[in-house]
Design a protein around this ligand. Structure first.
Ligand code: TYD
Ligand code: ZN
Length: 417
């Protein structure tokens, strides 16, 4: 059993908030039942039934956490293999290099200090710290811990929990620095993670984590960031409630440009709380992130986004034009399935990732081809599913627009450029 799942269960619904235990929810948005966003299909599986799960976003009226209550078994989501390679993304490598430098400068005092990363992937960040202190990567994906180990970063293939924390404590002692980037949103029993952090963190230690910010999601971030892997959409307001239940305090916070905007939160035991924490909580209050009204507005925006986009695509098809999808990111599948886009609208999608090429999108069953196929097909429009890279892609494909081709940017409001 892991993360409270019986071996055979594919999915469970919880009725209580994973932070505060409350059960008074505002239902923000129901995106319908859909397959996991990364469950690309092989041709021979197209006729078989797909596993589909509800994708519904809720707001907890007690602590303010925006969350999914329908939880897909990580085994179904990740299948033991995890493909996302941090070192494959140049901007992320640069981001973590800078973060590692800052952590060493601000918090590492001796070669004996222990820096631990939860979900450290292929060791990109710890690799940058390993000459300055002891390091340890805890990541459930065996293929990742093998890579990380090869780079000289000691690694353990485990889910991080309070139980894992006790074992690490016995073997390695207290940690001076604990890092967790883009993992807290994926974990259902997040309280158990903080219990483990509390046990492991030295009195003068620091726990730093980055998580996508809900203020970005409901602003320009795009509803397509919602998929089964992302269980929590954090505000600092909700995090304060969570962390306040432990002997821990948020002493600093900043926004970093990852996935649009992410929170970087600094947590300690006895550190003086900086003014930025109060400022940021005030900013969230002013944005209404602690009340359901802001989320109701978001929901209306998404409904309008869908209506406009579906209408536009159907007009284009009525005029006999050809549309091809550009990029097959996970979030593209939330969008395709929620908008009901199929092979009737998009002939195919191209993507640069070799492991996605030759497969079909989950739910919508659209083939994914390598980019070489793109211009052979002479499309009139490219639907930019990887719209977070709009600037770079439009620059790269300038030739397409010079010949009269147009991009459709679907989110947060559909537009043609
Ligand atoms: P990304 O947003 O990095 O990840 P996720 O799947 O987690 O949402 O995905 C971008 C996708 O778009 C990725 O599959 C690669 C693809 N892509 C292209 O095909 N061409 C491009 O020029 C770029 C920038 C991305
Ligand atoms: Zn709650």
């Amino acid at each position: 059993m892991r993360q409270g799942f019986k071996e055979m269960d594919n999915f469970k619904h919880r009725n209580d908030c994973r932070i505060c235990g409350g059960s008074d929810f505002f239902k923000i948005l129901d995106l319908g039942e859909m397959p996991p966003a990364n469950a690309f299909l092989k041709k021979e599986d197209l006729d078989k039934p797909e596993l589909k799960f509800p994708l519904v976003l809720y707001f907890c009226r007690k602590c303010g956490l925006v969350q999914l209550l329908d939880i897909v078994n990580p085994k179904v989501l990740f299948g033991g293999q995890y493909d996302y390679l941090t070192s494959a993304s140049k901007p992320l490598v640069e981001h973590f290099r800078e973060m590692a430098g800052e952590l060493v400068r601000k918090f590492v005092e001796s070669q004996d200090d222990l820096a631990l990363e939860i979900g450290g992937n292929d060791g990109t960040l710890l690799h940058e710290m390993k000459n300055r202190c002891r390091v340890l990567n805890i990541d459930p994906a065996v293929n990742m811990t093998e890579l990380s180990q090869k780079r000289g970063v000691p690694s353990i293939s485990r889910f991080f929990s309070s139980e894992t924390a006790e074992e690490i404590l016995k073997e390695y002692g207290m940690a001076k620095v604990i890092v967790a980037n883009n993992v807290t949103a994926h974990i259902d029993d997040i309280k158990d993670v903080f219990k483990g952090v509390e046990a492991l963190l030295s009195d003068d230690g620091v726990f730093v984590f980055e998580a996508h910010w809900v203020g970005n999601l409901i602003g320009d971030g795009g509803f397509d960031q919602i998929y089964h892997e992302h269980l929590s959409y954090y505000s600092l307001t909700a995090l304060k409630y969570l962390i306040g239940q432990f002997g821990l305090k948020i002493f600093d916070v900043e926004l970093v440009p990852v996935h649009g905007e992410s929170l970087r939160v600094y947590v300690g035991k006895n550190r003086e709380v900086g003014s930025e924490v109060g400022n940021f909580l005030t900013r969230e209050k002013e944005m209404g992130l602690d009340k359901e009204a802001a989320y109701a507005d978001f929901s209306e925006k998404v409904l309008k986004n869908k209506k406009d986009a579906v209408g536009l695509l159907s007009d284009i098809k009525k005029n006999g034009k050809k549309i091809i999808g550009y990029g097959a990111p996970a979030k593209g599948n939330t969008l395709l399935n929620y908008f009901g886009i199929t092979g009737e609208t998009l002939d195919f999608i191209t993507d640069t990732t070799p492991t996605k090429q030759g497969l079909y999108t989950p739910g919508s069953h659209i083939p994914v081809y390598p980019p070489e196929k793109l211009f052979e097909a002479k499309p009139d429009y490219l639907l930019l599913l990887a719209w977070n890279y709009a600037d770079a892609i439009i620059k790269k494909e300038a030739g397409f627009r010079e010949k009269g081709g147009k991009f459709i940017i679907p989110v947060p409001e559909v537009k043609i450029v």
